[in-house]
Design a protein around this ligand. Structure first.
Ligand code: NAP
Length: 305
């Protein structure tokens, strides 16, 4: 009998993973926020994944954190700002050799989670898959992609990667997951805040070439100082390539702001600025970008952390 995957968070990525694992016959249980959400989930009859226009519902069993059963494998699929507290509520249920897979974007939340569960193995993930919530318990698989998984403290791959193969989750084990997370964070810092401030699609940044180039220069300096030279390599070229390739798209931060949702700023631009300050590195344009973004979010009445 294979180990049960507990999926914490029934949002976009949580549903994308839970439904594909369930479809492959892997045991999955879903942990939702509270009794009210559990009641609503049970009434809906399961999680629905919409793929190429076709919807399928999977009756994955649901529970709250208060269910006392032990957890051996936990997929953390909350936003970065919710992960630490959500995992803390489950700490007493974790088996001594439990493994956590952390799907959060950016940096900072992974360390915060690991500090809550010092005996568990924490595996970080960086994903280019895309999904969005069409409604409660219903998610659209919007963009095929790839997920890199890795554990900076322990380079040996876990055996359950085979289950991801049978679930059709494209992935690879990465021995340099921190470099991947930093690179993605730098791309995000160079693109997403500017799309919010200039109120444009990614392609609109082609009109702000100098501003993007200046930010890339400072981000490269930061990556070098953090011991991540590989993440700094040709950063500006890749940023420009992404802007061009995704010209018609709205960035995730743009969409969060447009829909009045909290952003993950503290784990992206905020993390970059905090790390620069810790290294006593003066990055004026990056700091100014953070101040402008915070002021913008405050004007809109959105959380700025
Ligand atoms: P999401 O759709 O907002 O889902 C987050 C889920 O976490 C929600 O269902 C929320 O519950 C749940 N949650 C929060 N606190 C909880 C708690 N204490 N107990 C149980 N559930 C809790 O977020 P997402 O888009 O999947 O993003 C998750 C992470 O993946 C983010 O860091 C994001 O940047 C990253 N990511 C997302 C994508 C994507 O395409 N969506 C791609 C790459 C990376 P409620 O439903 O009750 O609010």
């Amino acid at each position: 009998m294979s180990t049960t995957w507990h999926v914490l968070g029934a949002g976009s990525l949580g549903t994308l993973w839970a439904t594909r694992l369930a479809r492959a016959g892997v045991p999955v249980r879903l942990i939702v926020r509270d009794e009210a959400r559990l009641h609503a989930y049970r009434a809906a009859g399961g999680l629905t994944l919409v793929e190429q226009g076709a919807a399928h519902t999977w009756g994955i069993p649901g529970e709250t954190a208060e269910n006392g059963e032990p957890i051996n494998r936990l997929l953390v699929a909350c936003k970065a700002y919710d992960a630490e507290q959500a995992v803390a509520r489950l700490a007493s249920r974790l088996a001594p050799d439990a493994e956590l897979i952390l799907l959060q974007n950016g940096l900072g939340s992974q360390d915060a989670v690991a500090a809550q569960v010092p005996h568990a193995r924490c595996i970080s993930a960086s994903s280019t898959e895309g999904a969005f919530r069409e409604g409660d318990w219903r998610v659209v698989f919007a963009g095929h992609g790839y997920t890199w998984l890795g554990d900076a403290g322990h380079p040996v791959a876990p055996i359950w990667l085979d289950e991801l193969v049978s679930a059709g989750i494209p992935h690879a084990w990465s021995i340099d997951i921190l470099t991947r997370l930093w690179r993605k964070l730098a791309l995000n810092c160079a693109i997403n805040p500017l799309t919010v401030l200039h109120d444009c699609r990614n392609g609109g940044l082609q009109d702000h070439h100098c501003e993007v180039a200046t930010l890339c220069g400072e981000l490269s300096e930061l990556l070098e100082r953090c011991g991540q030279p590989a993440a700094a390599e040709d950063l500006q070229q890749e940023v420009e390539r992404v802007i061009h390739a995704t010209a018609a798209n709205y960035s995730s931060m743009y969409q969060d702001v447009a829909q009045g949702r909290r952003t993950e700023i503290s784990y992206l631009l905020g993390y970059a600025c905090k790390t620069a300050a810790r290294h006593q590195l003066n990055l004026p344009h990056l700091n100014q970008l953070q101040q402008r973004l915070i002021a913008h979010l405050q004007r809109l009445g959105l959380p700025s952390d």
